[in-house]
Write a protein that binds this ligand. Structure first.
Ligand SMILES: C[S@@+](CC[C@H](N)C(=O)[O-])C[C@H]1O[C@@H](n2cnc3c(N)ncnc32)[C@H](O)[C@@H]1O
Length: 237
């Protein structure tokens, strides 16, 4: 994939969430990494869709998608272990993207594409049967009942996940929030189009599931004595 297939320069990049606190060095790294690996989507829907289609055509091999890639620990770890896969990470928080950019720069990772946006914007523009894996790890729990409608896991998004996943593609979910755990189980229990492959529960680093890639967020959960859960579902027809 050539770098011209991806970016469109968009002014005002740093005016987004968290962008003002960046050091000059973080900005330079973010610029350099986004110049090669950033996705900048035009505001206008037709232009946006055309750009998305052109960059998707340039991808060969599996595509994995991380919603809310935070500081990039997980997406970078996966990218290093799976050099033939293209990983798309979407994160609205510029400070998180700056950390991800530092890791990408340091390890010279070339198979990640980053977008600073609400993940729904790109997910809903993807073709059907396109992704092999979707990761939604430790989504914001929105604990207050009046904010539950903001939770990323909901039946509409599960319909969307199912449509953009390939048959037998995987949906990987994790949380350390008790109510979000119950919410996830409730939402997934009514889905006949997703089959549970495995569920792991741990509350210390030693008990992490095999192959787990730690993030700062998950590590903090141990200090709070939270229990972490990870589910792997398979999309079925
Ligand atoms: C609790 S953090 C977890 C970060 C990371 N997944 C991890 O496990 O370390 C949740 C992340 O989701 C991001 N986020 C929230 N809503 C989002 C959305 N609609 N699209 C993409 N990312 C989102 C937040 O900015 C935040 O970085």
């Amino acid at each position: 994939m050539s770098k011209q297939d991806w970016p469109i320069y968009r002014p005002g990049f740093y005016s987004g969430i968290g962008g003002r606190g960046l050091t000059e060095s973080q900005r330079l790294t973010l610029d350099r990494v986004f110049d090669s690996y950033g996705i900048f989507l035009p505001e206008e829907e037709g232009e946006r869709q055309a750009l998305i289609e052109s960059f998707l055509q340039a991808i060969t091999g599996e595509v994995w998608f991380e919603i809310g890639c935070g500081m990039g620990e997980h997406i970078c770890g996966r990218a290093l272990k799976n050099p033939d896969v293209t990983l798309i990470g979407v994160e609205p928080f510029t400070g998180g993207l700056a950390s991800a950019a530092r890791k990408i720069d340091k390890d010279n990772i070339q198979n990640i594409r980053l977008l600073r946006q609400d993940a729904h914007l790109l997910l809903s523009a993807l073709p059907e049967n396109f992704l092999t894996k979707i990761f939604l790890l430790f989504p914001d729990p929105w604990p207050k009942a009046r904010h539950h409608k903001r939770r990323f896991l909901n039946q509409d998004n599960l319909d969307l996940f199912h449509s953009v996943l390939k048959p037998e593609g995987q949906l990987i979910l994790a949380t350390d929030h008790d109510d979000y755990r119950a919410w996830t189980n409730d939402h997934m229990s009514v889905r006949e189009d997703f089959e549970l492959l495995t569920q792991d529960v741990w509350e210390t680093p030693e008990k992490r599931p095999d192959g787990w890639i730690p993030t700062k967020f998950e590590e903090k959960s141990f200090q709070k004595q939270h229990v972490c859960t990870r589910w792997i579902y398979k999309a079925i027809s």
